[in-house]
Design a protein around this ligand. Structure first.
Ligand SMILES: [Mg+2]
Length: 403
């Protein structure tokens, strides 16, 4: 660990050398010539719109670059939000003032809605700030987030059947089998029913879950995500059968997220652990979900919920209620890297993290010369500086799609 200790020594000197602009230097501050870092300012912010992602690039006046990713729910909206509403709170700022930058981005726009587009867009900048800070200090982001509880986490292979049931039960079984062959020991079947098709008649969830369970065998753990598609009565009836007949490990978002007491009703009635929280975006929304519904596990998403700065606060709120976090994560690369640094740094991390089918993201993954490591069912925290996953900038520029 000599190298890490030496780097931490430099970190101490760097932190000492970074003074708040309003503070007089204390007498113990070493001479400037001995300091390896100094106050720097963000000079440029750029967005890169890819076919399936929105990347954010920040550069400081010394030429250090940080990369982030915003949630892709509407790439044009997130891009416009970042460029027209958020950039002015970042340009000219010291990246180490990440808390103040976050507050200014949030409170400067929260009349536009505290959930959804605002925290989605904030996350892109926030992650780029953490990447840049880590790169300036030559430390992985998790070391700046409080250090490491773990350096890897079991990943579950996550796939959906499509809003209009694009996959048949046989297709879903084949998809699940593919994850297991790739080394996953947990898979999640997303039913994507949602409120628009609530309580389908006849209900097809058991058909899919049976096909998947038969394909993966009894040893692999099975999670089922209803994507808000049931009413409590249906959820309680079929939730018992999913657990009793098919040994379902976790049941996710069985009912609408719009009314927390519906989730509370299901949590009280079922023994199978309930996951909820992917549509809560801030510490306040997660707090309300916990106190209203008491789900067994929370699944906020780093690139939806305002980035690492907000996720650390969410983790603290969750700790105060003894709730573990299972990160929602549908992204293959930068978003995953950020979530891995988050889970590395929190005590109340659940047993798994979500990971999608990489075959659907081959073009995006090819942008990263040093890929994430997935081995024997586990994703490893990329311990290079910052988020530990840096795209090839020339390749990113070639991959940009027209606005
Ligand atoms: Mg879900």
């Amino acid at each position: 660990m000599a190298t890490r200790r030496a780097v931490l020594g430099l970190l101490g000197a760097a932190v000492a050398a970074r003074r708040a602009p309003w503070a007089a230097p204390p007498p113990s501050v070493p001479p400037a010539a001995a300091a390896p870092a100094r106050v720097t300012r963000i000079r440029t912010l750029q967005t890169f719109r890819l076919a399936d992602a929105l990347l954010v690039r920040l550069e400081d006046e010394d030429g250090t670059v940080g990369w982030g990713e915003a949630a892709p729910d509407s790439i044009p909206v997130a891009e416009a939000f970042i460029r027209h509403e958020l950039a002015r709170f970042v340009i000219g700022e010291d990246p180490f003032d990440v808390e103040r930058i976050w507050d200014r981005m949030f409170y400067g726009n929260h009349d536009l809605g505290p959930g959804g587009a605002l925290p989605n867009a904030i996350a892109g900048i926030d992650l780029a700030l953490w990447d840049l800070m880590g790169k300036r200090l030559a430390l992985p982001a998790c070391d700046l987030l409080g250090g490491r509880y773990r350096d890897r986490i079991r990943a579950y292979g996550s796939f959906g059947i499509g809003t209009n049931r694009r996959l048949t039960p046989a297709d879903a079984a084949a998809k699940a089998r593919k994850f297991v062959q790739a080394g996953f020991t947990v898979v999640k079947l997303r039913m994507q029913i949602r409120e628009l098709q609530q309580d389908p008649q006849p209900d097809y969830v058991l058909d899919y879950a049976r096909a998947v369970r038969a394909a993966i065998g009894p040893e692999v753990k099975l999670m089922v995500d209803i994507n808000n598609g049931w009413t409590p009565a249906r959820a309680i009836e079929l939730g018992k059968r999913l657990q009793g007949e098919l040994d379902v490990w976790f049941l996710e978002e069985p009912v609408s997220d719009q009314t927390h007491r519906l989730t509370a009703e299901v949590v009280r009635a079922l023994d199978v652990p309930i996951i909820a929280g992917e549509k809560e975006y801030t510490r306040w929304q997660l707090r309300e979900l916990i106190t209203d519904a008491e789900p067994d596990y929370l699944n906020p998403d780093t690139i939806k919920a305002g980035g690492l700065t907000e996720m650390k606060k969410i983790a603290a709120i969750a700790q105060a209620y003894d709730k573990p976090i299972i990160c929602h994560n549908t992204r293959p690369a930068l978003g995953t890297a950020a979530s891995l640094h988050f889970v590395a740094s929190i005590r109340n991390c659940g047993p798994v993290i979500e990971y999608p089918d990489v075959d659907e993201f081959r073009a995006q993954l090819a942008l990263f010369p040093e890929p994430l490591v997935f081995r024997e069912g586990f994703l490893h925290v990329p311990m290079r500086p910052g988020l530990g996953l840096t795209p090839d900038e020339a390749a990113v520029r070639r991959a940009v799609v027209p606005s």
